[in-house]
Design a protein. Structure first.
Length: 408
């Protein structure tokens, strides 16, 4: 199949998500994929040559996780001015999608965004091409400008209704999709997966990481990886650690990633003299993540419980933590409870500052760490990306075949 993907995030610089794994594995299975992406972090870019507008770029044979040459990333021009950036999506992405339909002649189009997914759904219908909307998040809640979120919801609802098929990554998002108008007969869940060959607890021991960051065998390491949102709860946890430094002198908070909260975390480390108890590595190569997880004792997701963005998602990182047999302390979020239930590797807390209390409660000893980590591993061990890709491929092929049969 020739597959055209449209999304409103950075395919190149952001860490691997659902679409990277599935598309690269489809590439390994012989399918040809083109991705239209968007420089979501354009505000952070400093480029005197292209101060107000970035030109069209093409990245051929791009791969992030697997060894495939079958993915081409096309980045349309972008006007780098607030509000006008949205207008540039509507103009340049529409132009690019039309171009790809004419030149690439996709058998199917898959949308992961809001504006460009809506555009792609309309152009796909006009060109008689199946369109799949993949719901990996409630994206309209992530729009920085709150006044646009209602419009984003209406656009998403319109896209869902026009789609040939809707996919989601968990039960909560499945409910959201139905509420937005998705037909239960044209709807399926393809959950988050794990590259079990990469995240293999038998292959990684984390000793090099622990040595590099001066972590002793007696230290208990709490680990987080990913974008450092202000609502991630990491600042509150760091403050709690600082205020109880003597009580938790053997606890180290290891944070891999960058983002909005990074500078604040550095300031907290300075204020409370946390030294090497609060380890901020910045962004690291994704291939190193198994070693970082192996170096930890307990992984964490202490996000704000009332943050609307976090209500329905189940981050892929949780599956990767569990594949490495690590227990996870997480805020009791609806999406997590719906997906994992109780006693399946997660210990729930009400807020970030409660994380440290778990160390003297449900997780007191190394035996507790091993036991709860084993529960999580048993829950996720069958979620291999390669098996999920076969299911995904089957859905796409059926949609293409259905269209061909109608044309006969």
């Amino acid at each position: 199949m020739r597959i055209l993907v449209v999304q409103e995030s950075d395919w190149i610089n952001r860490n691997p998500h659902q679409q990277h794994h599935l598309m690269e594995l489809l590439g390994l299975r012989g399918h040809e994929i083109r991705v239209i992406d968007y420089e979501i972090d354009w505000k952070d870019e400093v480029n005197p040559e292209h101060r107000f507008k970035n030109p069209r770029k093409v990245f051929r044979g791009y791969r992030k996780v697997y060894n495939t040459e079958n993915i081409t990333v096309v980045r349309p021009p972008l006007v780098k001015l607030p509000v006008l950036n949205y207008l540039s999506i509507m103009y340049y992405h529409k132009k690019e999608i039309k171009r790809q339909i004419k030149e690439f002649k996709p058998d199917i189009i898959i949308g992961f965004g809001i504006l460009n997914a809506n555009i792609a759904s309309r152009l796909a219908k006009k060109a008689n091409i199946p369109f799949v909307y993949y719901f990996i998040d409630v994206l309209y809640q992530l729009i920085p400008e709150r006044i646009f979120r209602g419009i984003g919801r209406m656009v998403t609802k319109n896209t869902v209704k026009r789609s040939s098929y809707v996919l989601t990554i968990n039960r909560r998002l499945n409910e959201v999709a139905v509420n937005l108008g998705a037909s239960s007969h044209r709807l399926a869940i393809i959950g988050a997966g794990i590259n079990l060959k990469q995240f293999d607890c038998e292959k990684h021991n984390g000793l090099k990481v622990r040595k590099h960051y001066r972590i002793s065998p007696r230290d208990v390491v709490l680990f987080f990886m990913g974008f450092l949102y202000d609502f991630a709860g990491l600042k509150e946890l760091a403050v709690a650690l600082g205020e109880n430094k003597s009580k938790y002198s053997n606890v180290k908070l290891l944070i891999v990633g960058d983002g909005d909260a990074f500078e604040d975390l550095k300031a907290i480390r300075e204020k409370y003299d946390l030294g090497d108890q609060l380890i901020l590595t910045g962004r690291q190569n994704y291939t190193l993540m198994p070693e970082f997880i192996a170096a930890s004792d307990i992984c964490i997701l202490p996000a704000y419980r009332d943050e609307i963005i976090m209500q329905d998602i189940v981050p892929i990182k949780l599956y990767e933590y569990m594949a490495m047999k690590k227990p996870v302390i997480a805020t009791r979020l609806p999406g997590l409870v719906s997906e994992f239930g109780e006693d399946n590797g997660l210990v729930y807390v009400d807020e970030a500052s409660d994380v440290l209390g778990v160390l003297g409660g449900k997780i007191k000893t190394r035996k507790d760490i091993i036991r709860i980590g084993s529960y999580g591993y048993n829950f996720v061990k069958d979620n291999d990306w390669r098996m999920l890709t076969i299911k995904f491929e089957s859905i796409l092929e059926d949609l293409v075949l259905d269209l061909l049969m109608k044309e006969v």
